[in-house]
Every structure is written in structure tokens, then in C-alpha cells.
Design a protein around this ligand. Structure first.
Ligand code: PGA
Length: 255
């Protein structure tokens, strides 16, 4: 059985003061939902404050990016060991980083290896653009991303990962994928590619989230799909009803 995992990707939002207020308001509600993993991913600047605020809870904390190097002359970057002091998870290869900051599958692959070497749990993002979707290339693009990102990892490492399938056209648009469509990409393409690279047991062990315009009113449909193990939530994770979203997700998987 794969334990469901709901993560909030705050992107470049909330100052330390805002983050502290917000987490104080949702901490009790989120903390009470024990049947799923819950993770908050603030900007780097919020990690230390949230670490303290969440220390008495089992709510996880994640960063949104990381460099693969151990340290050195990389102005503006954050090393794995620095994150390890603050959080347990790290989002890697988000489509905004791929589109705006030149991230490649090869770079994401290096970051995954570095994160695992430091005991951080990567949430690895893949997903096709609207043009690729329209051209019928979803399978080719997402399959290629999975192969590129996971290259050289052991089956055991892959089994422990979280992958987020986020079609770029669904992110921040209010135009979510259909649960059947997203479930097919996750089941056939993502798990299918992992089964080809490794074996069926590994493909069935890895947790795969859907991401892209998930909100309280649609999360149940996604969670009801047997291949979808959770959600990576952007906009809706910045609102107090993120607690409702996570509760609905937990209830759907539990029923
Ligand atoms: P969204 O973002 O929920 O605002 O669509 C999801 C993401 O980018 O992770």
C-alpha cells in the first residue's frame, strides 16, 4: 500500500511573517489528518521559521529547489546539506524551473542523486506543455522525462521517490486535467516507463501525485483514481481551506 502524500507548493509567496501567521492558522487542522503525509514547501526564507513551528507536529517540510553540488562558488544556490538541517523533502524539476530557469532532465537527475545522498526525499516533477499535449506527445515527453530524471538510480531509490505529474497546461490555469486522463498518464506512462526501466514491483511502489489546479472541489476525483497517490498543490495550498482539501483527500483514499 502506498501512503498518500499531499504537498503544498507555495512558489514565491509569503514572507516569514505571513508564513508564520498562515501556518499557525492551519497547523492544528492539518496535524489532525493522520492517514496521509502532509508537506509544506515554502520559499527557502521560510524554512527555518516553519521548522520551529512544525517541530511538535508530523507535518513535513520541503524546499522548492536545490543545487546538486556540496558547496562552493555557486552564488544564489542552496546545497543539500543546508536543506537537510531544515527540512525532509525537496521539489525538483518543477515545470516553472524548467521553463524559466533552464532546468534539464540531466540536472534534475544530478539533484535527485544529491538529495538522496543527503537523506532528503525528492518530489520529482514531470509533465508536458500544452503544445506537446495538443501534438499528442504526452507519452513521449513524460516517458522521456522519467527516463532522464531517474537514470542511474537503483530500483530501491526509485521505489522511495515521490513523482508529481503536472501537465504544464493545468498549472495555475484553473483547467485541471481529467482524473481519467491524469490517471492514464501516471499508470501507463510513468509507472509503465519505470516498469520497463526496473520492474513492476518498483513501478507499483513509487508514489505519484497529480498536480495542476487541484482544489477542494476536485481533489476527491483525483484521489479516487487507483494510480494517483496524492497531489502537489500550488494556489490552493495558500488558502486556509487547504486543510479541507487535505481532509477530503484523506477521506477519499480511506474509503
Ligand atoms: P496550481 O500549481 O495548483 O496552482 O495549479 C501546481 C504546481 O505548480 O505545483
Amino acid at each position: 500500500m502506498r501512503r498518500p502524500i499531499l504537498a503544498g507548493n507555495w512558489k514565491m509567496n509569503l514572507t516569514i511573517a505571513e508564513a508564520t501567521d498562515f501556518v499557525r492558522s492551519i497547523r492544528r487542522g492539518l496535524g489532525a489528518i493522520k492517514s496521509v503525509d502532509r508537506v509544506l514547501c515554502p520559499p527557502f526564507t521560510g524554512l527555518a521559521a516553519l521548522k520551529d513551528l512544525l517541530s511538535a507536529t508530523d507535518i513535513g517540510l520541503g524546499a522548492q529547489n536545490m543545487h546538486w553540488e556540496e558547496g562552493g562558488a555557486y552564488t544564489g544556490e542552496i546545497a543539500p546539506a543546508m536543506l537537510k538541517e531544515l527540512c525532509q523533502y525537496v521539489i525538483l524539476g518543477h515545470s516553472e524551473r524548467r521553463a524559466m530557469f533552464g532546468e534539464t532532465d540531466e540536472g534534475v537527475n544530478r539533484k535527485i542523486k544529491a538529495a538522496l545522498a543527503h537523506g532528503l526525499l525528492p518530489i520529482v516533477c514531470v509533465g508536458e506543455t500544452e503544445a506537446e499535449y495538443d501534438a499528442g506527445q504526452t507519452e513521449k515527453v513524460v516517458g522521456g522525462q522519467v527516463r532522464g530524471c531517474l537514470a542511474g538510480l537503483t530500483a530501491e531509490q526509485v521505489a522511495g521517490l515521490v513523482i508529481a505529474y503536472e501537465p504544464v497546461w493545468a498549472i495555475g490555469t484553473g483547467k485541471a486535467a481529467t482524473p481519467a486522463g491524469a490517471g492514464a498518464v501516471i499508470g501507463l506512462t510513468i509507472r509503465g516507463t519505470i516498469a520497463e526501466m526496473y520492474d513492476e514491483a518498483t513501478a507499483q511502489a513509487v508514489r505519484v501525485q497529480y498536480g495542476g489546479s487541484v482544489k477542494p472541489s476536485n481533489v476527491a476525483e483525483f484521489m479516487a483514481h487507483p494510480d494517483i497517490d496524492g497531489a502537489l498543490v500550488g494556489g490552493a495550498s495558500l488558502k486556509p481551506d487547504f486543510v479541507d482539501l487535505v481532509r477530503i483527500a484523506a477521506e477519499t483514499k480511506g474509503s
